[in-house]
Design a protein around this ligand. Structure first.
Ligand code: PMP
Length: 428
């Protein structure tokens, strides 16, 4: 038995499913999850000392590549001064100032420890500020696992073909309206019918939890216009795409100003930091100023903030996003060329350092289209690639991530492996 297999068996005794977050269990692709021992740059190593080129980057945070020396040293320095105080620190001010500078729609921000907390708190704030209950979300978008957002959500749930989680009372979700992503007409109709009851619309402006799906300009513009017209709050969930598709997030690409933004992943550089922020007049509803309660023992944790601040500094290097985008484009361009050469129904798409691969002819732009892709082929491809030392997201419904350490040779190795893997698919 391999070390990975031994560890997986052992893990299942004391941990449900052997993992601390469902998609890690490889349920949708089958086989044994790899237990990771260490990571460096574009690579990580499993318990059997096999090296992989890593395309999940901790599901987004590892944008600089793993174990960047400056981040590690900032963490060590912060840790040596104490791990947590439960009282404010100057570093939290610096972090807030940096976020407000980089994302101008954010006038004030509060730090939390996970994306789930960020979206859950933004939602409560929107409801508190508008004194309305109803919210709109879109099928296939995942916003963490807060009760009222677990309605036909994507990510692990999609993978399991499970439209909603059990354990969530209908009473909690009856205010959540779920519409189709990229469908302007539905949005117009929903507002026409219920506009003055809608507290907020929450959206991934670049969706990464039903594979990668880009919003159309019209979709986001319609949303912005309707929210303004009806006094509803527009929340961009940029936990995944923030600081990933561009320095100013998806909102800088689409040139749309949301009222609130949720951030996570990259802003913690691999440690638990997330945030939500936006218009100061909305943020003023939060405790201790206002009546919307939100708190966290480890919020703004000094070690996590040190990792986040250093990451935010390093991603501001000149051409950082141009290079990241170029490398990601080289990857998807190479994959598309191989698929064309082999005449396979496969395509790839990207934005910034985020990409999607799809076993269908054309890049999907809706949840329904993404569901029509060949999940079986993806499964075979995933395992062939894994064997060849390329670690892709273990689900056909997740985006992939490229880091600043994915050099030309790393990308070329990946494309060569994909050629072998796709060729094997055509022979089966
Ligand atoms: N929102 C989005 C868009 C996400 O991608 C995720 C996590 N994948 C979350 C929220 C939840 O973040 P976390 O896992 O840190 O709770």
């Amino acid at each position: 038995m391999s070390n990975n297999e031994t560890l997986f068996q052992r893990a299942q005794i004391t941990t449900p499913g052997g993992v601390n977050s469902p998609v890690r269990a490889f349920r949708s692709v089958g086989g044994t999850p790899r237990f990771i021992k260490k990571a460096q740059g574009a690579y990580f190593w499993d318990a059997d000392d096999k090296r992989y080129i890593d395309y999940i980057g901790s599901w987004g945070p590892a944008i600089l590549g793993h174990a960047h020396p400056e981040v590690i040293s900032a963490v060590q320095q912060a840790a040596s001064l104490g791990l947590s105080f439960g009282a404010p620190t100057e570093a939290e001010i610096l972090m807030a100032e940096e976020i407000c500078k980089l994302v101008p729609s954010i006038e004030q921000v509060r730090l939390v420890s996970s994306g789930t907390e960020a979206t859950m708190s933004a939602l409560r704030l929107a409801r508190g500020a508008t004194k309305r209950d109803k919210i709109i979300k879109f099928e296939g978008c995942y916003h963490g696992h807060a009760d009222s957002l677990l309605v036909k959500a994507g990510s692990g749930l999609l993978t399991f073909g499970n439209p909603t989680s059990s354990g969530v009372p209908n009473d909690f979700t009856k205010h959540t309206l779920v519409l189709d992503y990229n469908d302007c007409t539905q949005l117009e109709n929903a507002f026409k019918e219920l506009g003055d009851q809608i507290a907020c619309v929450i959206v991934e402006p670049v969706a990464g939890n039903m594979n990668l799906i880009k919003a159309s300009d019209a979709f986001l513009q319609t949303m912005r216009r309707l929210c303004t017209e009806y006094g509803s709050i527009l929340i961009f969930d940029e936990v995944m795409c923030g600081f990933r598709v561009a320095l100013g997030g998806a909102q800088s690409i689409y040139n749309i100003t949301p009222d609130l933004t949720a951030l996570g992943k990259v802003i913690g550089g691999g440690l638990p930091v997330a945030a939500f922020g936006g218009k100061a007049e909305i943020m003023a509803h939060l405790a201790p100023l206002g009546g919307v309660y939100q708190a966290g023992t480890l919020s703004g944790n000094p070690v996590a903030v040190a990792a986040g601040l250093t990451t935010l500094k390093l991603i501001q290097a000149p051409d950082f996003y141009t290079n990241l985008t170029n490398q990601t484009q080289k990857l998807v361009g190479g994959l598309n060329a191989v698929a064309k050469e082999l005449n396979i129904d496969f395509c790839a798409d990207a934005i910034g350092g985020m990409f999607g691969i799809y076993f269908c002819k054309d890049v999907p732009n809706s949840f329904k289209q993404v569901m029509q892709a060949d999940a079986n082929k993806f499964k075979q491809f995933f395992h062939e690639m894994l064997e060849l030392g390329i670690y892709l997201a273990p689900s056909a419904f997740e985006a992939g991530f490229v880091s600043a350490q994915h050099t030309n040779s790393v990308i070329e190795t990946t494309i060569s492996a994909a050629r072998i893997a796709l060729q094997k698919l055509t022979c089966k």
